[in-house]
Design a protein around this ligand. Structure first.
Ligand code: SAH
Length: 236
């Protein structure tokens, strides 16, 4: 089954962009996922293809018009299209690994990229857009957020990662940040690889990695440890 992504944007040339290269690009070429890009401006009905207007009530910036955006959404995803619909928005729910997994399993997504001050509130309601934020900072447009969102989703699709196990042990997948990695040379500028990793003792290696993952998480992201997930061991 192909994961079907539709992106609505005023800057279609930004796609596939980085998603056309490396793992995501190879998966796109292989048909593991598809990307359909709609230029919102093509759905403006006036001669000047107007997509924005001044904010009701005054204030700086411009607001994306609801009628134009709704027409673009209806063209990309008619009412019987069951894919979840998202609006990239700093006001949205914070994107995380669990959401990436849910969307990957949903089989597709319709993604609206905002620009200007934002989009008319009524289209969010009328077209049932779920607002998603990629972090607490403000971008100039939703396109980089859509690329981040899709990148995290696409790498979870079956067959995209070379080794499926690497997806399971990663940061956030088990409520912990990942353990440190090492590779040759054994001595790099006087810094050596921890002995246990060269011991060949797989149980000891697994224990060490888990311990380091817990330690790193406690140091850097103690908030992750307070989330009660499965029967994860906690760190003092
Ligand atoms: N005035 C708005 C910001 C608009 S930024 C506010 O204060 O909330 C313009 C567009 O960039 C937004 O419509 C959204 O699509 C996108 N964007 C900005 N920051 C984002 C973030 N952290 N996550 C996802 N999308 C973001």
């Amino acid at each position: 089954m192909t994961f079907a992504a539709s992106v609505l944007t005023l800057y279609p040339d930004m796609f596939p962009g980085p998603l056309g290269l490396s793992l995501a690009g190879a998966a796109l070429e292989a048909g593991t996922w598809s990307l359909d890009v709609t230029n919102i401006r093509d759905h403006a009905s006036d001669r000047h293809h107007t997509v924005d207007d001044t904010p009701a009530g005054g204030g700086p910036g411009m607001v994306m018009k609801p009628d134009v955006l709704a027409a673009a959404i209806d063209a990309a995803a008619p009412a019987d299209d069951e894919r979840p619909r998202f609006l990239m928005s700093p006001r949205g729910r914070r994107f995380d690994q669990a959401m990436a997994r849910n969307v990957a399993e949903a089989g597709g997504a319709v993604i609206v990229c905002g620009r200007f001050e934002g989009i008319d509130e009524r289209v969010i309601e009328a077209r049932k857009l779920e607002e998603i934020s990629i972090g607490d900072y403000v971008l100039s447009g939703g396109e980089p957020a859509a690329i981040v969102f899709l990148d995290a989703i696409v790498r979870l699709l079956p067959g995209v990662m070379g080794c499926n196990l690497s997806g399971i042990e990663e940061s956030f997948e088990n409520g912990l940040l990942e353990h440190p990695h090492y590779t040759r040379p054994r001595d790099f500028e006087g810094l050596t690889i921890p002995d246990v990793l060269l011991s060949g003792d797989h149980a000891a290696i697994a224990r060490w990695r888990h311990q380091r993952a817990e330690q790193l998480t406690a140091e850097r992201r103690p908030d992750l440890l307070t989330v009660d997930r499965n029967e994860k061991t906690t760190v003092n």
